[in-house]
Write a protein that binds this ligand. Structure first.
Ligand SMILES: [Ca+2]
Ligand SMILES: [Ca+2]
Length: 230
């Protein structure tokens, strides 16, 4: 009797380890924008494509060089001086489109960006999940109003990090699906003498693990152990 009791917990522990190993998947940086050669992401996780459209122009002298995407995600350049720029008088909606061209579903975990307010230019915005494979669409992620002007060059400006699971019921982007996020800027006195800036944009996500043969074996083993125990 004593022997059996000693063996059962060890077998259960082993099955649990097998299950846990099969279910573990690491967060990945899916797309980043810092250098702004174009609206295309600087880099993406293999198989993803990502584009930002709608900016007024790409600046060459006012990047936000704090080295972080938003505040929470390291890895942005501390030397790059480019950013996407927005005037209230022309295009004032940033449209970010992420497409999952891999064979796996991914959970889209977080959106990060830095925002710098310039004289007489957009100082308010709403951040939205707008359309695509997540849901529900549309979903308001955040509203910011009357942010202070920050006219220092290359400073550490406003930083935003959004945990998408706190706003979206469905954060799973299936293979082949796209997701569109928008940041809608507002307020402008009309002088148009400078530009508000977006820089250090990133999306983070996690591959959804397929039920692997190891996990199925683990489940089978667990069922067998539980049956024996009765
Ligand atoms: Ca930059
Ligand atoms: Ca930052």
């Amino acid at each position: 009797m004593k022997k059996i009791n000693n063996k059962i917990p060890r077998s259960l522990a082993l099955a649990t380890v097998v299950l846990a190993t099969a279910a573990t998947s690491q967060a990945a940086v899916l797309a980043t924008w810092d250098v702004w050669d174009s609206g295309s992401a600087d880099s993406t996780t293999s198989g993803f494509t990502a584009m930002i459209a709608g900016f007024d122009t790409i600046r060459s002298d006012r990047g936000i060089a704090d080295g972080t995407f938003g505040n929470d995600l390291a890895g942005a350049s501390s030397g790059d001086t480019r950013s996407a720029a927005y005037r209230g008088t022309s295009s004032n909606v940033m449209t970010l489109t992420l497409t999952n061209g891999t064979a796996s579903a991914y959970s889209i975990d977080s959106l990060h960006f830095d925002f710098g307010v310039r004289t007489n230019e957009p100082n308010s915005f709403t951040a939205n999940y707008t359309s695509g494979g997540l849901g529900p669409a549309p979903t308001l992620l955040d509203t910011q109003t009357s942010l202070a002007q920050q006219n220092s060059t290359n400073g550490n400006l406003f930083q935003f990090d959004y945990n998408l699971s706190s706003s979206l019921a469905d954060t799973i982007l299936a293979a082949g699906e796209s997701a569109v996020f928008t940041v809608d800027f507002s307020f402008d006195t009309g002088s148009g003498s400078s530009l508000s800036l977006i820089d250090n944009v990133a999306l983070q996500g996690t591959a959804v693990p397929e039920p692997s043969s190891a996990a199925l074996l683990g489940l089978g083993g667990l069922a067998l152990i539980l049956r024996r125990r009765r």
